[in-house]
Design a protein around this ligand. Sequence first.
Ligand SMILES: [Zn+2]
Length: 332
Amino acid sequence: MDSNRYARHVVLPEVGEEGQSKLNERSVAVFGLGALGSSITDALTRTGVGELKLVDRDFVEISNLNHQILYDEDDLGKPKAEVAAERVKEINSDVDVKGHVLDIDPNNAEELVKNVDLVMDGADNMELRYLVNDACVKKEIPWIYTAVLATYGMTMNVFPGEGPCLRCLIPEKPPRGSMETCESAGILFTLPRIMGNLASTEAAKFLMGKDTREELLTFDIWDHDLELTKVDRREDCETCVNGDFEFLETEEDTITELCGRGSVQITPSKKTELDLDKLEKRFDHAERKGESLLKIYVGEYTLNTFKDGRAIIDGTEEPKKARSLYSRYIGH
Ligand SMILES: [Zn+2]
């Protein structure tokens, strides 16, 4: 390791030789490698965190390049986790990095948070955050919640056993479709970097064993309106008090082979309602059949997708193949 790399950091009284060497020994997982996850990964790579576990299920798209700092035009269509891991090696070869191209779900969440010192939230949806909260509280792994929308962001450190968790702050997950998303409300190009760097600063303080912020930080970067709010641990918190980890429940989806039809039906375990209008717009070859059915044509397969989340997949009798087509084109 070339000690010159961290010279400007070590000279800070807040860091010093000791702080820097702690950073170099610690491991962090980043869940989600969109705008926030990219900024966090870049910051932690440059500061010399010893080990990074990067997890994302998506591919790089043109609309990502506006604010996701790890990717460029050559990366279009490639899995983000793979591109990000390569980029980390180019920036700082001291970092031991691994990219995982996968969907974080109730079956793998606990395994993914194991053996890391800290988990960083780069998620773009609340479902994943509640899952991460359950997994981290259960395994007693600290994590840092961060969310961005339009010109506004928020971040809070979650240290299981010490302070509030995500469900102390927001007890019930907002219903699907009830919240604005980055697609509908947009995102100011500098916001993920600012919030990602604020969260990464707390990450570094924690990894060096320094005192960290206890409050929720909210920041509207357009109006320079920054606030710190004390969040209490809720006496009746389902997750960190009652130990009810409902988002980790791992019921498998039901897969039924439809004999003689060359089709397989997938019924999701969790009750869900698909927005077929939205889904239809994602495909070049899709055909609406009434209110609650959308036929999606993908090569030799037809995904007959129902509003209740069910899909009958024509063109295969293999449950595994059907399952992977479902996850890939319809999601969870
Ligand atoms: Zn709680």
